[in-house]
Design a protein around this ligand. Sequence first.
Ligand SMILES: *Cc1c(COP(=O)(O)O)cnc(C)c1O
Length: 381
Amino acid sequence: MTTSFTPTALEVAAAEAVPSADELAGTYELQPNNNKATQEVREAKMAKLLFGKDFSDSMAHATWTTEDGWHNRAIEPYGALSLDPAAAVLHYGQEVFEGLKAYRHDDGSIWTFRPTYNAARLNHSSRRLAIPELTHEDFMASIVDLVRADNEWVPDVPGSSFYLRPFIFASEAFLGVAAASRYEYYVIASPSGPYFTHGFQPINVWVEPTYHRAGPGGMGDAKTGGNYAASLLPKVKAHDAGYDEVLFLDAKTDKNLDELGGMNVFIVMADGSIKTPQLTGNILAGNTRSCIIQLLRSQGRSVTEETIPLAELLEEFGSGQAVEMFACGTAAVVTAIGSLTSEDFHVKIPTGPTTKNIYDELTAIQLGHVEDTFGWTYRLM
Ligand SMILES: *Cc1c(COP(=O)(O)O)cnc(C)c1O
């Protein structure tokens, strides 16, 4: 039996062809950089990779104004920004961002993973925050030119990557509450080790009974700082109580699973089927989530996107109907969830082979260790 599934708008956009890296190269003009790290400093940093702590020598930058649209595309020296204190982003949070990775393959070539999905999602987020869109070509060119300029910073040790952080913010100096008339687009990059320093150990998750990261009609499906700001206090409290991450419930009913606030979640059932919360508008449509769904379906496994009531899930773990739970996102790829706890329950979750298999299969594609039959990888240089 073959079942066809309707792709999401982001999946359709992600499948659109974009020019090769050679064709895009040079769109962002390479500026002189007198501020490069010495080889010694770079090698010292590359020898002990953290996540998102060290940054490469350059950053991509373009500016948008009402008169000129996006212009002044350049690869500039990485460094502090000069911003008017009245810049709208500092007051009203008009900002969107993305996260993707570049990987060095065994032959030294550098690739990224399904970047057109990120390009499409950046625009999706921008539309929600009344920020001007960027063409997919422009987004791709910024990644190509930055990675080519800073290719020495792309690590090659297992589990490492070159984390790319594109973002757009309102830079107009104006305190009136309005969509700004000036924006800056930047891409910065960080040679990174694994997101979780404890390896593939399961994380302990606090199910948040009070706070929400987003609500109906809000910005839950946009990748924007405001949602993260809303998640920080519950995260701090959960951390202080010894939990690694927070699972948020939907703000409308307070009953159903949303996501971790930076990662989507999946549940593996004893019968081999897999389920994940459906995209309600409150959940960020993860690139990793989308890839996992496609990967599993291509293997003939049943994956459903549905409303998942917390009470039902706890019962399913109690009865053994549900056997694994994991979180996923670009930074950590896939991480097992070892327990769910809240004010009135504590449920231990077994670890099983499915979570690790998905991690292995996805990273094998990302690293070029197996053939990419999905067309997800894109060669940068
Ligand atoms: C980025 C993000 C994710 C994961 O998305 P990926 O594209 O897989 O990295 C999940 N939830 C939120 C809120 C996010 O910002």
